[in-house]
Design a protein around this ligand. Structure first.
Ligand SMILES: C[S@@+](CC[C@H](N)C(=O)[O-])C[C@H]1O[C@@H](n2cnc3c(N)ncnc32)[C@H](O)[C@@H]1O
Length: 346
């Protein structure tokens, strides 16, 4: 059954990322509704109005770079994602004998309250910076006619960013993740802010046929491509990544660009002694320990510029640490940040 594979399998990481983006979006909407953030587009204003009607928002003293991803709420407001939230929160309940009370609390709380119990400030900030930086990279490359997102998961950039009609975006992910996502998208009451064409491609990126499947869907090898490889290669072995990058390179003509996220081998200590929060109903949840996700990272890269350069993208190389990005956006630093953002051109 799809629900289990989404909740237990690798696809669940995209639910966690969505949850962080959902919380960051909450702050965007609060800022927009209070007038602190000026909105200069009629379509965006309408979208925020619609979102505020559907979704409970919460005042939050934390500040993040402004990111608006209204799709996250709809991905999380599903039986699959709610089951995952329930399992996650129950696993960090301080006093297991309060299980029934906790279940009632989770069932009755708005999603923004419950997911906030799972997420740490730094995780939220990290994902806000990541989303904002990549958004800006995409928005600075709007002349491309095709973009490919590898391991797209629940990334909604081709819908929520104002991408032009001359652009085609191919979204690649495993079939069960694509069908989970597409089923939800069918019923989302939001108009995309983008005009681009969106082409889902259900593939396993570790099997030989993914390049051909992409071409069969209308991808052109002769057209420069904007490649986004976000939150993917850390889950693959070195040999799997070698296959992935060789294929990517063989599909890329001169002038193609790539954004690659990698995890540094110098992973910092993850604090497991989070203080429990004490909500008014006196239920205690220890903070969710994100190091369980980090422990699933198989590949860590010392030299990401060397990596993309080796596989054809050797021009205009740049690699920024998450905290370089924090400085770029005048944001607080993320002390636990492990990610590098590397761009290059073929
Ligand atoms: C951490 S999520 C990142 C999603 C999205 N790129 C983002 O950053 O928000 C990783 C995604 O990679 C996908 N993935 C993992 N292994 C894959 C494979 N062999 N083929 C295709 N997609 C895969 C997962 O299903 C998941 O959606």
């Amino acid at each position: 059954m799809e629900m289990n594979s989404m909740v237990k399998g690798v696809g669940r990481t995209s639910i966690l990322i969505s949850a962080l983006r959902f919380i960051v979006t909450n702050n965007y909407v609060v800022a927009a509704n209070s007038g602190k953030l000026k909105i200069n587009s009629v379509e965006l204003e309408e979208s925020i109005k619609k979102y505020s009607k559907d979704v409970q928002v919460l005042e939050d003293k934390n500040e993040y770079p402004f990111v608006y991803d209204p799709y996250c709420f709809y991905y999380l407001n599903t039986p699959d994602a709610k089951l995952y939230l329930m399992e996650t929160l129950l696993s960090v309940l301080e006093e297991p004998e309060k299980k029934d009370e906790a279940i009632k609390f989770i069932q009755e709380s708005p999603l923004i309250v419950s997911w906030n119990k799972v997420a740490e400030y730094e995780n939220k900030l990290d994902i806000a910076l990541r989303t904002k930086y990549i958004d800006d990279w995409v928005l600075s490359n709007l002349h491309f006619k095709q973009m490919v997102v590898l391991g797209a998961g629940l990334d909604s950039r081709p819908r929520r960013l104002p991408l032009p009609s001359h652009m085609k975006v191919f979204e690649l992910d495993l079939p069960h993740v694509m069908s989970f996502r597409d089923r939800i998208l069918e019923n989302i009451p939001l108009k995309p802010l983008s005009k681009c064409g969106i082409i889902p491609v259900s593939v396993n990126l570790l099997t030989e046929d993914w390049a051909q499947k992409l071409i069969d869907k209308g991808y052109s090898k002769d057209e420069p491509t904007l490649w986004l490889v976000e939150g993917l290669v850390m889950y693959f072995t070195e040999a799997q990544n070698d296959f992935l990058f060789r294929t990517l390179n063989s599909l890329s003509t001169k002038g193609s660009k790539q954004m690659l996220l990698t995890v540094s081998p110098k992973i910092q200590r993850f604090d497991t002694n989070y203080h429990a929060e004490r909500p008014i109903n006196n239920l205690g949840f220890k903070k969710y320990n994100w190091s369980s996700i980090v422990s699933e990272f198989i590949s860590r890269h010392e030299d990401p510029m060397g990596l993309i350069s080796k596989y054809g993208f050797s021009n205009d190389l740049k690699s920024l640490h998450a905290n370089d990005i924090a400085k770029l956006y005048n944001s607080n630093l993320v002390s636990l940040a492990v990610t590098y953002y590397t761009t290059g051109e073929k």
